[in-house]
Design a protein around this ligand. Structure first.
Ligand SMILES: [Zn+2]
Length: 310
């Protein structure tokens, strides 16, 4: 599932390629036909992300809320101006695995295709929909297709505020008070900190990769109850999450290792050097050499170093 940094990048991409433009909105699959009709012909004013949720705001005040979930994906295509703006797009991604966007256009929770031959000025419009396209947005320069989302609905501003209100603070928004709110929500719970970090009502946007990596970076035992963390520990955990996720927005992939802890100085950072513990079960810890362990916790895989995070 794309983590918060990917949805933040997706929001920026929508902002770049569609903001200020009047869009045709349809549901080729038909499942979202009534919702699409509410947005069709409206101007997209802005795109925002909160945690793993994307909000597209239109000039009739309605919002499209999308949660990609495990299987959702956006595909983009368009003319040269559209594709150029999209070059900041999301990383190539398969499930929770990040692949650097080497060469090919950005792909992943979102995928960008360039329709039309390089150098051609013509834009013939979007291709025939392939598969179950829940919603299609079309501007004068390009298009976006959404398939397989967990959630796709039209909300009023009040309903959107309610949806955001159910979520914990987003480390990628710099609202004052968010650090304190995070500390309050984690510190008030006896649940294992590894479960709390994945709970979107506690913290919005962290998924399995960031969860494992920040717990390692903070040398926190995953089963430590939230209430057992010190105020200093909670503050440090929040700051670390903000730091690595902001890097993820910039880089388009999750890199949590410090250069000094990598076996290779190569750039871009090789996939095998990007993480401390995630998907490294059985491999030696970069710090202490102990085998990285893998357990199931709350139905999700948790990677950790039994020695560093004792
Ligand atoms: Zn270790």
């Amino acid at each position: 599932m794309p983590e918060g940094h990917s949805i933040q990048r997706l929001a920026r991409q929508f902002q770049d390629v569609f903001a200020g433009q009047r869009l045709s909105v349809s549901s080729p699959q038909g499942r979202f036909a009534s919702g699409a009709a509410l947005l069709d012909g409206q101007v997209l004013l802005r795109a925002d992300a909160h945690g793993k949720q994307l909000f597209l705001g239109f000039d009739n005040e309605l919002l499209l809320r999308v949660h990609l979930g495990l299987y959702g994906a956006w595909d983009f295509g368009g003319d040269e101006t559209f594709a150029g703006a999209s070059s900041i797009g999301a990383p190539r991604r398969i499930g929770e695995r990040e692949i650097p966007a080497a060469g090919a256009g950005p792909v992943g929770g979102s995928r960008i295709e360039s329709s039309g031959a390089p150098g051609s000025l013509g834009y013939a419009g979007p291709p025939e929909p392939r598969g179950a396209v829940r919603v299609r947005l079309v501007s004068g320069h390009g298009w976006a297709d959404l398939r397989g989302p967990t959630a796709c609905e039209v909300l009023t501003p009040a309903e959107a505020a309610t949806a955001v209100g159910k979520l914990g603070p987003d480390p990628l928004h710099s609202h004052s008070g968010d650090a304190a709110e995070f500390s309050r929500r984690v510190g008030a719970s006896r649940t294992a900190v590894a479960l709390l970090l994945m709970n979107q009502q506690v913290l919005a946007g962290v998924g399995n990769v960031y969860r494992a990596e920040v717990l390692f970076r903070q040398r926190l035992n995953p089963w430590l109850p939230g209430s057992a963390l010190s105020p200093e520990g909670l503050a440090a955990l929040w700051l670390d999450i903000v730091s690595v996720m902001s890097d993820g927005v910039r880089d388009g992939r999750i890199i949590t290792t410090s250069p000094v802890d990598r076996a290779s100085p190569a750039t871009p950072v090789p996939v095998g050097e990007a993480h401390y513990v995630y998907k490294r079960e059985g491999l030696p810890c970069r710090i202490c050499g102990t085998e990285i362990a893998l357990v199931e916790l709350g139905g999700r895989k948790l990677y950790w170093c039994p020695r560093c995070q004792e």
